[in-house]
Design a protein. Structure first.
Length: 230
């Protein structure tokens, strides 16, 4: 079974980094393209602002651009689970509120990209003039025959979307790492409210979302009440 990897803020003390390093603008490389970089990169810099007690999650929560930044604990868990398709790059996290600099995480370039979207079974919002341009995924269905033995990859048709095998999900959850949330790939849907006020950094959801479906309405909640409690 496969799951979409989401990165969420689930506690108030967890830091949200406003955006990933500007690697395309400054270095002409993309961390979502799934390509190995031909030359070394200087230490990447990202900024956040936090006072008092705060937590830099193992899977760093980044508001803009769905790039991955991992702690040493998460890197180790993924490697032990068999994920060998990630190149890591050093980065520094600057707390603008205090001036403190943290070199606790590394930026992850996930190299495995698989075109496996089942267009017939998925529900998609597609550009009328450019059918290969997907505006949003309203219901996801993968062609699992194309996945082989891949444990973690970017969806070729929608590279912002990271998918993992159940083996990876279970390894991360056993380790008790913070940041990752796993949603079943079959039936996953992107949440239209992502660009609005979104303190948890919810990107997509599912009927089996551990935090509850992000797009649930009050009518849905009323209908879910058992009859004997009405």
């Amino acid at each position: 079974m496969y799951y979409v990897w989401e990165t969420r803020r689930r506690r108030e003390t967890e830091v949200v980094v406003p955006q990933f390093a500007l690697t395309m603008k400054e270095h002409k490389v993309s961390f979502i393209a799934g390509r190995r970089f031909r030359r070394p990169l200087p230490e990447l810099e990202m900024h956040f602002s936090a006072e008092g007690e705060f937590v830099l999650t193992d899977d760093l929560v980044i508001r803009r651009r769905r790039c991955l930044v991992h702690s040493p604990r998460l890197i180790d868990v993924l490697r032990r689970a068999g994920v060998d398709s990630i190149d890591y790059y050093p980065c520094r996290l600057v707390n603008d509120a205090t001036g403190a600099v943290y070199r606790t995480h590394q930026a992850a370039n996930l190299l495995d990209v698989i075109y496996c979207l089942d267009r017939e079974q998925s529900e998609l919002d597609i550009d009328d003039e450019e059918p290969n341009e997907i505006w949003s995924i309203d219901r996801l269905k993968l062609i699992e025959d194309r996945l082989g033995d891949s444990l973690m990859f970017r969806l070729g048709e929608r590279r912002n979307t990271v998918v993992v095998h159940q083996r990876v999900k279970e390894a991360v959850e056993r380790a008790g790492l913070d940041g990752p949330v796993f949603l079943p790939a079959d039936g996953y849907r992107e949440w239209p409210g992502y660009s609005l006020d979104n303190p948890r950094n919810v990107v997509g959801t599912h009927d089996l979302d551990p935090d509850g479906p992000a797009d649930r309405t009050e009518d849905d909640e009323d209908e879910s009440v058992p009859v004997d409690q009405v």
